[in-house]
Design a protein around this ligand. Structure first.
Ligand code: NAD
Length: 296
């Protein structure tokens, strides 16, 4: 039975580790938060006393950590030293492209196989094992990571060399942020013009204004019963995480010299929303800011 060292079993990592257990793997879980480890143990994982202990002798090492600084420190201070030479290293966190590249290159210099494999899909998809993985790294490393990722997701796509998984993730989420703002402002304008929201949805969702933001996460209650708008924007994809991804996109655009005016506008609006207490609400709640009432 393959052994997996899983570091970072929080909201996302907890569900992902549980799916690896379900797939028949032995999963050693480590997290700085004892409650997160306890939850992982309740799903069949074994508690590890440190990141090093979780990784030592494992066939695969998976990290699901908050940001680039946590990932760089975890690999450079503990995991590279603890990893067996034939282990596959998989970072599923959403982090900046530059750090993903540098950690991937450091792994290669040590003769270790590593991929960056950020996910699309929130905690519900992590629990259900239906995440989409965008993977950066050498083809041979991708081939070794793929079976583990398949156990946690519905789609696993090789995006290119180290860092390209993160590049795909932030480019995708920059579209998502900008289309949500555009969709929300269109519903506000429709409202002010006296056009019924359901009627507008019925037309636009079948016309050229259609997007995922409209048909899956419609920002007004009613047209899409499963969208967070129907439960006061609770759950879903928190505005704070959208803001994080937009900031990563803006940093990457600055480094690459790309012009991203719509992404920059979306970032400014999500920052304003966060500064006014909107961080915890689903990102479709930006419609409230656009209506003129700033309270989330
Ligand atoms: P989270 O805060 O719930 O989990 C992160 C966990 O990492 C925490 O339990 C924390 O204690 C632990 N941790 C931090 N530093 C550590 C260290 N050095 N060693 C061990 N454990 C450490 O966050 P999350 O929602 O699970 O998100 C994890 C990553 O997934 C982030 O990069 C996030 O952007 C990305 N992501 C989240 C979602 C979502 O909907 N929550 C969706 C897609 C991607």
């Amino acid at each position: 039975m393959p052994i997996i060292g899983f570091i970072g079993v929080g909201n996302m990592g907890g569900g992902m580790a549980a799916n690896l257990v379900r797939a028949g793997h032995e999963v050693r879980a480590f997290d700085l938060a004892d409650a997160a480890v306890a939850r992982a143990v309740s799903h069949g994982c074994t508690a590890a006393s440190s990141a090093r202990a979780a990784a030592s002798g494992a066939d695969a090492i998976i990290t699901m950590l908050p940001a680039g600084s946590h990932v760089a420190t975890a690999y450079k201070d503990a995991l590279f030293a603890a990893a067996s030479v034939d282990a596959i290293l998989i970072d599923c966190s959403t982090i900046d492209v530059a750090t993903a590249r540098s950690v991937g290159e450091a792994a290669a210099e040590k003769g270790l196989a590593m991929v960056d494999a950020p996910v699309s899909g929130g905690t519900a998809a992590a629990d259900a094992g239906t995440l989409t993985f965008m993977v950066g790294g050498p083809a041979a490393a991708f081939a070794r990571a793929e079976p583990y990722l398949q156990a946690m997701g519905k789609a696993v796509i090789h995006a290119g060399s180290a860092g390209m998984g993160q590049a795909a993730k932030i480019c995708n989420n920059m579209i998502l942020g900008a289309t949500m703002v555009a969709t929300a402002e269109a519903f506000v304008l429709a409202e002010k013009l006296g056009l019924d929201a359901q009627t507008f949805f019925d037309i636009s969702s079948k016309a050229s204004g259609q997007s995922w933001s409209m048909t899956s996460y419609c920002p007004v209650p009613g047209p899409v019963p499963t969208s967070p708008a129907n439960r006061d924007y609770q759950g879903g994809f928190a505005s704070a995480l959208m803001l994080k991804d937009l900031k990563l996109a803006m940093a990457a655009a600055t480094t690459a010299g790309a012009s991203v005016p719509m992404g920059a506008q979306a970032e400014a609006l999500y920052q304003l929303f966060a500064n006014n207490g909107g961080s915890e609400k689903d990102f479709s709640a930006i419609v409230r800011l656009l209506r003129g009432g700033i309270a989330p």
